[in-house]
Design a protein. Structure first.
Length: 491
């Protein structure tokens, strides 16, 4: 190469080094409702967005110390969460692997060989002695290679690795949100079952007193044997319900044990009836959901990853240039190995330009674009699902709030009806069947009241989860790696 051409070539390389082929990434538009477009008005005043949900500890809005203690145990010992953290560490290490290609690669391969040459070796037409020989060969070679990233293949690899890292970080937060929400839902369901146990036990006690009353009246000749049998049947049925509620409670207790990383047999949750009300939930505007849901951030980062893969596939159409060099020492004598005459070296460059690949590169690019389009569709579907879950949560709480108010009135009516039925029976105005019916109605109404309160608390948990649990996308922005100069000297 002429001397005048060298600066021009270097300038061309410098210019090309800043060139990155393939599409630039920008987040595609996603379907979103207009502000204040919720169909259902919540049964409480909306709080300011993100102000009322503690970051990373959203369950504190319920002001339940026991729930908070179980959530802390989950964060420390839940094995699914431990596995998600390990996946994040793995993704961070793989991202560092991608940055290694930014730097030159240096390797050494020293060797020491003692060899014997054959006395019958072919001479290839050269007149020389064909006597056998024995010699030593000591070699200390170094090889250096560097890919000139002219069209951004390496930079796209780093971009894809960082997008994958951030996607895994968001996935970790989503796993944590799902698990903590599941624990809170199980906890409030267990507390609802505690309240239901109290209701059923009180009914058992009341029905036993009723059976004693009917037995006394039967012995006095006032009540019939049929009335005794009817009351005994009702009591036995209620005792069976008590056993079934207890069994269901034990199953939720076992589920909580697994979530907090303990064997099912080693955890015992104290009985404490549910006596809470749903807290105010910060809804904000619908567009906030895009920034506050870790699963949406996972889908969005996967789009960025696939976009970088399109760039990588596009770079395959351009020359792949590798600069290489090698050097070292080689000698027959170890004592003269590091002498100047033993020095060996070579410099070179390799340019690989695809010409005919049988359509491989074109097919890879088409596949990468299709994968990107698929990730866009998955992202938009995640957004639609998120808005659905928020709307479902608001609708559920609104409906349950109304149903709970009317059910409490129904319980009061059922208690009054039972008192009237008892008085009419004792006065001889009606049969004992009316008392049986009133007792059954009261038990059913009281159980439904506790179930509605439990469903209300569980719906509150899932609405907070649907809103992201106080998380926002800024928490994963720092999850990325950059090439650092010290990597040059790292193995």
């Amino acid at each position: 190469m002429k001397r005048a051409a060298i600066p021009a070539a270097l300038a061309l390389l410098a210019f090309a080094a800043g060139c990155t082929v393939g599409p630039r990434y920008s987040r595609p538009a996603a379907p979103a409702p207009a502000p204040d477009a919720c169909k259902t008005e919540p049964p409480w005043q909306q709080a300011a967005p993100k102000d009322s949900i503690p970051k990373g500890a959203w369950w504190q809005v319920f002001n339940d110390q026991e729930l908070s203690a179980y959530e802390q145990q989950l964060l420390q010992a839940n094995q699914s969460l431990v596995a998600a953290r390990d996946r994040l560490d793995q993704a961070r290490s793989l991202a560092r692997v991608a940055t290694a290609d930014v730097f030159p690669q240096l390797a050494a391969d020293p060797s020491a060989v003692r060899e014997r040459g054959s006395g019958n070796r072919p001479l290839n037409g050269v007149v020389q002695s064909s006597r056998p020989y024995t010699q030593n060969v000591f070699t200390v070679p170094f090889s250096l290679s560097y890919e000139a990233d002219l069209f951004g293949r390496v930079r796209r690899n780093v971009e894809a690795a960082n997008a994958s890292l951030q996607s895994t970080a968001a996935d970790l937060q989503n796993v944590q949100l799902v698990l903590t929400a599941e624990l809170a839902a199980d906890y409030f369901t267990l507390r609802e079952l505690d309240a239901e146990l109290v209701v059923v036990q009180e009914s058992v006690d009341s029905q036993r007193k009723g059976l004693d009353l009917v037995n006394n009246r039967h012995q006095g000749g006032i009540a019939s044997g049929l009335e005794v049998a009817q009351q005994a049947t009702l009591l036995d049925s209620t005792v069976s319900q008590l056993a079934l509620v207890q069994q269901t409670r034990e199953q939720y207790e076992h589920a909580i044990a697994v979530l907090v990383g303990q064997p099912a047999s080693s955890l015992s949750v104290r009985v404490a009836p549910l006596q809470v009300t749903p807290p105010p939930v910060p809804l904000g505007v619908p567009s906030d959901v895009l920034e506050r849901r870790p699963d949406i951030s996972t889908a969005e980062r996967l789009m960025a990853y696939q976009n970088a893969q399109v760039g990588i596939a596009h770079s395959a159409f351009y020359p792949h240039i590798t600069l290489s060099g090698s050097g070292g020492w080689q000698s027959q004598d170890l004592a003269s190995l590091l002498n100047a005459p033993s020095l060996i070296w070579s410099l070179g460059a390799d340019a690989l330009q695809p010409i005919f690949e049988g359509g491989r590169n074109r097919a890879n690019l088409a596949a990468a674009r299709a994968a990107y389009d698929q990730s866009v569709a998955n992202y938009r579907q995640s957004v639609l699902t998120a808005f659905q879950e928020v709307e479902d949560g608001i609708s559920n709480l609104s409906t349950l709030s109304q149903a709970l108010a009317t059910q409490r009135a129904a319980v009061d009516d059922a208690r009054r009806a039972l008192a009237i039925a008892n008085n009419r029976y004792i006065g001889g105005v009606t049969s004992y069947l009316d008392v049986i019916t009133a007792q059954t109605t009261l038990l059913t109404s009281e159980r439904l009241e506790t179930q509605l309160l439990g469903q209300q608390m569980v719906s509150s948990v899932y609405l907070v989860k649907a809103l992201g649990g106080g998380w926002d996308v800024s928490q994963i922005k720092d999850q990325q790696v950059h090439p650092q100069a010290r990597q040059v000297l790292q193995p």
